[in-house]
Design a binder for this molecule. Structure first.
Ligand SMILES: Cc1ncc(COP(=O)(O)O)c(C=O)c1O
Length: 393
């Protein structure tokens, strides 16, 4: 099993991959000679059935405009029911090219200029651009770090949700980059606050499939059932199966009004185009991906343990915030550097490791960095050793 994910294909031109692009590496890390462990993208070769299915489409020689028929949607619905006990109704599903496309459309369509949108930093950096890009205002409900675990500050959330200008919340569930998989109790509290204050819930559940042992993912749409339908969920197989380049994602809402508004936006702006490979990928992974994904999660979990052991033994001042899900690990360097400038110097110049500086994720990110671990373990180990050498030099 391990060998499959340990494999790194050398004979591939990766120069156009965002993760490996010289332009990105130079602008983010000041050099293209760093180990690219930043963007949440995977080095793992996808599941064999998917390669087979892609070849079949390629051989077809026909790549027309295509529809998401019920036969395409059913495996997705079955996946969520079996894997997460989330019951999605076919009529509530819509499709866009990416989760960010869907979120951007929802914010622009369903809120007004100047409205406040809640987020929980340190959080996925693209949320900031989505909100500010359409002249909405970021309302931060910062997470608090207690005994190595991030928690929601409910008092602060309650206060900020009660502000009449606050109209929506983007919940990152599971949370990128801190790796929390919110408990049912936590989600219930968040839901109660948003519902009581008429704050629209935009739940980004793109990381919902990467959940580690002894942790259970709960879908926010299930929490809302019987309470309110002021919720829109966003998801995709992109992270779970390492296929963001096939650009396909879904939006789910039980609310007819939101559905119609989004449908109209999707039609007017042509945001719902499918691609022939994405369609088949969605059907294939959700039908046949159970065991493969379990193996990938086991591999990632072993990687987290490897990092934990390495740091405890060799770099006890660099703390791992142990993730409950996602393939990002959030590392606390505050004991080994004084500020972000020193952190950049240490990681990018000395260690030559391109991991995402925590300040990108907003308040609370200073002195931290996010490492993408969806790579063969030997690559992660090399990066750890380089960081150790840099810290000790
Ligand atoms: C929380 C979260 N949402 C959305 C995305 C981007 O998804 P997409 O490529 O489907 O827009 C990412 C990618 O890292 C993410 O971490």
């Amino acid at each position: 099993m391990a060998a499959k994910f340990d494999k790194y294909k050398k004979d591939i031109d990766r120069s156009s991959f965002v993760r490996y692009s010289d332009n990105y590496l130079n602008s983010l890390f000041g050099s293209n000679k760093v180990a690219p462990l930043w963007v949440a993208d995977s080095d793992f070769i996808v599941m064999p059935q998917l390669v087979k299915a892609m070849k079949k489409v390629a051989k077809r020689g026909l790549y027309p405009y295509e529809l998401k028929t019920p036969a395409i949607k059913q495996p997705l619905i079955d996946w969520f029911a079996k894997r997460h006990n989330i019951k999605l109704k076919m009529e509530g599903l819509q499709f866009t090219t990416s989760v960010l496309t869907g979120l951007a459309a929802a914010i622009d369509e369903l809120t007004e200029k100047g409205d406040g949108i809640l987020i929980q930093p340190p959080v996925y950096n693209a949320f900031k651009g989505l909100i500010e890009g359409v002249d909405r205002t970021i309302v931060n409900n910062p997470l608090s770090l207690k005994d190595g675990k991030y928690e929601i500050d409910f008092k602060d959330l309650e206060k900020k949700a009660a502000d009449k200008k606050t109209k929506a919340m983007i919940l990152c569930s599971p949370h990128n980059p801190v790796g929390r998989v919110w408990t049912k109790k936590e989600l219930e509290k968040v839901a109660d606050i948003c519902i009581a204050n008429n704050v629209l819930m935009l739940t980004d559940e793109i990381h919902c499939d990467i959940i580690y042992s002894h942790v259970k993912f709960t879908g926010m749409t299930e929490i809302y059932k019987g309470k309110s339908d002021h919720i829109i969920m966003f998801g995709s197989a992109g992270k779970s199966f390492g296929i963001p380049g096939l650009v396909d994602s879904f939006i789910y809402t039980p609310n007819e009004e939101y559905k119609n508004a989004l449908q109209s936006r999707i039609m007017r702006f042509h945001l719902g185009k499918s691609n022939s490979f994405g369609i088949v990928a969605m059907k294939t992974v959700y039908k046949h991906g159970f065991k493969w994904l379990d193996k990938k999660i086991s591999y990632l979990e072993a990687t987290v343990s490897m990092i934990d052991e390495f740091l405890k033994k060799n770099l006890p001042d660099v703390k791992l915030i142990k993730p409950e899900g996602t393939y990002q690990v959030w590392l606390d360097f505050n004991k080994v550097v004084k500020n972000d400038e020193e952190l950049g110097e240490l990681l990018f110049k000395k260690a030559k490791v391109g991991i995402a500086p925590g300040k990108m994720y907003g308040p609370g990110g200073n002195g931290f960095a996010r490492m993408n671990i969806a790579s063969p373990q030997p690559m992660i180990m090399d990066a750890l050793k380089a960081i150790e050498k840099a810290v000790k030099s």
